[in-house]
Design a binder for this molecule. Structure first.
Ligand code: PLP
Length: 394
């Protein structure tokens, strides 16, 4: 017998991937520009010019300097550059020892979960949440508990959170700016969350680690501030990725911040290295470690996402759809026009609108619209949204 768990994970693709595949098929049938595919979170803006320049400069170096294995936690110069950037931007005091280079946020989270959790321990996250969390938490042998969404603003329900914490709770995962809601947790939300974490860790006499998953940190609109969580709670690990901020999802590059002040640091830091080892990561891609070190304060030009957001929010609300205006990331979370979001998405397909039902995000009755597409797709899709609304009126 092989692993039933892995067999199941590998043989059924995610809802998002299924819709994306359907979109490819449909585009081949009726034409690329007639299908409005809002399924995937693949950045649509190009990587900044500085990324290309960095690659070109690095190509001048002897190949053995750029393609070799780096030390497992990453190239010391790269880690120093990242620590420096975080210190400048967030008033922190990190050193290279606090930075562990990874293959993106998925790797960062898997490494942290593997390092922190023992079988049967519990992880809490907040709906709506990125569906892969369930796969990763269960892959680490732990149990995922989901706090229902707080309506109408999709911030955190502090009371429900406090009630859900048990002596087995070891980790809490937050994702802000959030996929799929686009919401940024306010400073007040973060302060309440951290006060509860402190109170409960003291009550149970054991640390509860906060993992903050932040691939969208720099993708925020209207001068919204995203609190840097290590400033609010000592036992915080930051999982970062350049997939979205530099539009480099295929290059697999990110890092974990392991502050000196987290509880049991002398065991947690080696456990992070051990988890990366057992998961077979060896080291993060060497070329792209050096690329990001050269672009450490850069972000792609996100004005196109902002424009898409504004057109969508204005257009959809005018038609009568309900959604919270996203403050960050490139997703819009819209209420379906019937309770069953799957049925709603099926009906949307009649108009070649490809939307993702929200059930796997732990918040039924909504759809996720990934607006990291061209402005033309957004504009051309408006009549289809109009027809879908009409369909429900008749
Ligand atoms: N976490 C969230 C919330 C995401 O949306 C994604 C990707 O879409 C990831 C993690 C994984 O990102 P990466 O490409 O860095 O592994």
């Amino acid at each position: 017998m092989i692993s039933q768990e892995c067999y199941e994970l590998g043989s059924k693709s995610s809802v998002i991937r299924e819709i994306f595949s359907y979109g490819l098929k449909r585009k081949a049938e009726i034409g690329e520009d007639k299908v409005y595919d809002f399924s995937l979170g693949n950045p649509s803006i190009p990587a900044p010019e500085s990324v290309k320049q960095a690659i070109l400069e690095l190509m001048e170096l002897p190949p053995e300097k750029i393609h070799a294995y780096s030390p497992a936690p990453g190239d010391p110069k790269v880690r120093t550059a990242i620590a420096g950037s975080l210190n400048r931007r967030f008033g922190e005091n990190f050193r290279m020892e606090n930075i562990f280079m990874t293959c993106g946020a998925a790797a960062s989270l898997n490494i942290c979960l593997k390092a922190l959790l023992n079988p049967g321990e519990e992880v809490i996250t907040f709906a709506p949440f990125f569906p892969e969390y369930r796969v990763w938490v269960e892959g680490a042998g732990a149990v995922l508990n989901v706090i229902p969404a707080k309506l109408p603003d999709f911030q955190i329900d502090a009371e429900a959170f406090e009630r859900a914490i048990t002596p087995k709770t070891k980790v809490v995962i937050v994702n802000t700016p959030n996929n799929p809601s686009g919401v940024v947790y306010s400073e007040e939300t973060i302060k309440n969350l951290c006060a509860i974490l402190k109170k409960k860790s003291e009550e149970y006499g054991a640390p509860i680690y906060l993992i903050t998953d932040e691939p969208y940190r720099e993708i925020v609109y209207d001068d919204i501030q995203v609190p840097y969580l290590t400033k609010y709670y000592d036992d915080t690990l930051v999982c970062y990725s350049y997939s979205k901020s530099l539009s480099l999802p295929g290059e697999r590059i990110g890092y974990i911040v392991i502050p000196d002040r987290i509880a049991d640091h002398e065991h947690v830091a080696p456990a992070i290295a051990g988890a990366a080892r057992v998961l077979g990561f060896v080291c993060a891609p060497s070329l792209f470690q050096q690329v990001v070190a050269k672009c450490v304060d850069d972000t792609g030009d996100i004005s196109a996402y902002k424009k898409n957001r504004d057109i969508l929010v204005e257009g959809l609300q005018r038609m009568g759809y309900t959604c919270v205006k996203p403050q960050g990331a490139f997703y819009l979370f819209m209420k379906a026009l019937e309770e069953d979001a799957y049925a709603f998405c099926e009906r949307a397909k009649k108009y070649d609108l490809l939307l993702v039902p929200s059930d796997d995000f732990g918040c039924p009755g909504y759809v996720r619209i990934s607006y990291c597409v061209s402005e033309k797709t957004i504009l051309d899709s408006m009549p289809a949204f109009e027809k879908l609304m009409e369909d429900y009126r008749t």
